[in-house]
Design a protein around this ligand. Structure first.
Ligand SMILES: C[S@@+](CC[C@H](N)C(=O)[O-])C[C@H]1O[C@@H](n2cnc3c(N)ncnc32)[C@H](O)[C@@H]1O
Length: 210
């Protein structure tokens, strides 16, 4: 039921939940949790005080409630990440995203909201594409790709995905008031019909003091 916690695209290499640091007694939020697999993993395997699995999608939320709604210490919440975090200042010790809300939300709005919702010394960890999946280099400016998608009712639509170069993420994090702790790259060469994917994992901290 609870697969290993991975940050990388194919969920088969690189670091796991240890990147989140000590979790005992901590208040944690996953941003764009999908049905909440990783959050459920943390609630069951690590002594977190509470982990909130946040997702804006009604269908993901419904599936998350059905699969994991009874797990003690896990809250399955349907909300837009930016709005929710703004309503919860100084609340979380740890915020994280696994190809989640951070990949699909304008970082000029979301990152400051994350900084606001973290307690002093709180950390943000997120995994994101280091390069487009077709191998194209990431953006050198704060610019989203518009990708075709299909809504739950079958209607074609477009969505934004933020595939940004490392210097762009670093500038955005600093502008949001966060300090970069470290960056890891998981370079998966791919195999069979799985093309190579570069996963970038960034960690940042809300500084203590003004
Ligand atoms: C690619 S899925 C990743 C889900 C999960 N992290 C996983 O690895 O299984 C991205 C998720 O982010 C959610 N999402 C995107 N933007 C969001 C936002 N602004 N607030 C909350 N959820 C968001 C989507 O609804 C979707 O479920």
């Amino acid at each position: 039921m609870f697969r290993a916690f991975h940050w990388d695209w194919y969920e088969r290499s690189g670091p796991g939940s240890e990147l989140l640091g000590r979790l005992d007694g901590k208040t944690v939020v996953e941003l764009g949790a999908g049905i909440g697999r990783q959050a459920a993993h943390l609630a069951v395997t690590r002594a977190v005080a509470e982990v909130t699995a946040l997702d804006s999608s009604p269908s993901m939320h419904a599936r998350g409630l059905k699969a994991y709604g009874d797990i003690p210490g896990l809250r399955v919440v349907r909300a837009d990440a930016t709005a929710y975090l703004r309503e919860h200042p100084d609340t979380f010790d740890i915020a994280y995203s696994v190809f989640g809300a951070v990949d699909f939300t304008d970082p000029r709005r979301l990152l400051p909201a994350i900084a606001t919702s973290l307690r002093p010394a709180g950390i943000l960890v997120f995994s994101t594409l280091g390069r487009y999946r077709n191998g194209q280099e990431p953006e050198t400016e704060v610019r989203a790709a518009r990708l075709p998608t299909t809504l739950a009712d079958g209607t074609p639509a477009t969505m934004e995905r933020w595939v940004l170069g490392l210097p762009v993420w670093e500038r955005l994090l600093v502008r949001a008031g966060l300090e970069i702790v470290d960056v890891e790259t998981v370079d998966d060469a791919g195999r069979d019909d799985h093309p190579p994917v570069v996963t970038r994992i960034l960690r940042a901290v809300r500084p203590v003091g003004p």
